[in-house]
Write a protein that binds this ligand. Sequence first.
Ligand SMILES: [Zn+2]
Length: 117
Amino acid sequence: MGTPKKRNKGPRPKRIPQRMCISCRERSAKRTLIRVVRTPEGSVEIDPHGKMNGRGAYLCDDPACWRRALSGEALARALKIETLPEAAAERLSQFAAALPPIATDQPDDEAQQGGNE
Ligand SMILES: [Zn+2]
């Protein structure tokens, strides 16, 4: 009758590693974040697989985020360097330019429907 019930602390919060874009500060699972890493050698590289050693920073796959990060100090600060090496900045902006434009979820198919009632 008097069994003391242990208080259940409830479900443990699961720690899902979340990445935040250093440019727009958005945390989103929907968008792909691309890792940029400052290697121990001091160069700045794009690390598509997220496996390189060094200090990493994440950016959306949105070219606008890259441009913003490259034009300001956001990326350098995130990588804990004073300024982004020019060669790296160039490489990153080229990478950003090659990114496919963001596909917004627009119900394109619905508008195209017709005929079949
Ligand atoms: Zn972003």
